[in-house]
Design a protein around this ligand. Structure first.
Ligand SMILES: [Cu+2]
Length: 129
């Protein structure tokens, strides 16, 4: 009745464990998930601090969105967002609102200029790549 395993049996166990470790590394260790940050659409904010859009120009990837965070204008009338230039794929215009966030998603590439018609000269654009 021996309490110890034979040396041969111990060596076999170590080799088997090494084989399992090598196989696990070969099968699963090399598979890194793709970085979702490089492909995930995102959302950028455009603010209205006074009678300007800020930032005036936003660059996003196709499928991403702009969140127009429209505050009350200094004259109390609010702002709208009219996409100008007839660019194909422009999202729906935003009516005159204040103290509201409105999301618009861009599904086509291009440069989409927009204006607030309440305040002449209050312009911006979205560049979708
Ligand atoms: Cu305005």
């Amino acid at each position: 009745m021996s309490r110890c395993r034979s040396p041969r049996s111990a060596r076999t166990t170590v080799l088997a464990a090494l084989a399992v470790a090598v196989m696990a590394a070969a099968c699963g260790g090399g598979d890194q998930p793709t970085d979702p940050g490089t492909t995930r659409p995102d959302t950028l904010d455009v603010f209205t601090p006074g009678n300007v859009f800020s930032p005036t120009s936003s660059e996003i990837r196709v499928g991403s969105s702009i969140r127009f965070r429209i505050s009350e204008s200094p004259d109390g009338r609010g702002h709208n967002v009219l996409f100008t230039g007839g660019v194909p794929g422009a999202p729906a215009n935003v009516p005159v609102v204040k103290d509201t966030s409105v999301l618009r998603t861009f599904t086509r590439t291009g440069t989409f200029p927009y204006s607030c018609t309440v305040h002449p000269g209050m312009d911006g654009d979205v560049i979708v790549r």
